[in-house]
Design a protein around this ligand. Sequence first.
Ligand SMILES: NC(=O)c1ccc[n+]([C@@H]2O[C@H](COP(=O)([O-])OP(=O)(O)OC[C@H]3O[C@@H](n4cnc5c(N)ncnc54)[C@H](O)[C@@H]3O)[C@@H](O)[C@H]2O)c1
Length: 271
Amino acid sequence: MNITDRVAMITGGGSGIGHATALELANRGAKAVVLVDLSDNVHEVAKSINEEVGADIAAGFVGDVTCEKFRKDCFDQATDKYGIPRICVPAAGITRDALSVKLDKETGKANIYPKETFELVVNVNLVAPVYWALETVARIAEDRHKRGAGRWSPDEEPQGAIVLIGSVSSQGNKGQISYATTKAGLEGVASTLNKEAMYYGVRCAVIHPGFTDTPMVRAMGEEVIQEHVLPYTQLKRLIAPREIADAICFLVSNSAVSGELWADAGWHPPA
Ligand SMILES: NC(=O)c1ccc[n+]([C@@H]2O[C@H](COP(=O)([O-])OP(=O)(O)OC[C@H]3O[C@@H](n4cnc5c(N)ncnc54)[C@H](O)[C@@H]3O)[C@@H](O)[C@H]2O)c1
């Protein structure tokens, strides 16, 4: 699918992988990149992208991706200003790491990972990306109906592409019961959407990044990175966000690719 002249919706666009993806799509000729984030920083990021490409194509929206009204407003405003978003990368995500069950040896009591925390991570990392993806499919479906277009045919250009951000943790990672659950869940989302949304010409893929040099990973601390991450990657370094952005653009633009892409720097954690 052509990136050129397409409108892209990127959540988590104020930082890390979302920021790098927006910049890469802009450099590859996207008509507009709409960046969504909880943080006000998203406006600065949009400004810096506009300066880099020399055109007013990036816009920032501040809000919570789990809010349905905010999601619909973002799509309405983006569509009014630029056209229907046909590329969607819902990258906003959080970690809330802790052991699933931790025994307090003093009291003999086993503490279970808090359910509220689990639900928070599920809402941000799984439910929200699903609904930003569904909103993209819905807008494209409504547009096709309005134009009298029925089932998508291979004579047409692909109509849209969604790239969900999984993780190497989707295979299981100590201390990440909630995070790993959400990232594994995205695989079921993508394979279902691939079966359903192709009716409207929309593809869906998952990328599973390894440890990437973003604030999310830096928050783990240098010692953890040096001792528990780098020794288990073949590259022996963190992945650059632009390397993940490049792989995301590949998934968007190459319609022959379906399913999952592992961009993990050769991550082989110990058991
Ligand atoms: N960095 C990595 O190593 C890595 C590896 C695999 C997958 N990922 C995934 O990539 C995505 C981006 O991660 P990153 O490393 O760039 O992290 P990051 O912390 O740099 O960026 C995440 C952004 O999401 C935003 N966000 C969080 N909750 C939000 C909410 N409710 N509404 C709106 N915005 C919200 C944050 O404000 C932040 O700007 C996440 O889904 C993450 O799970 C990251």
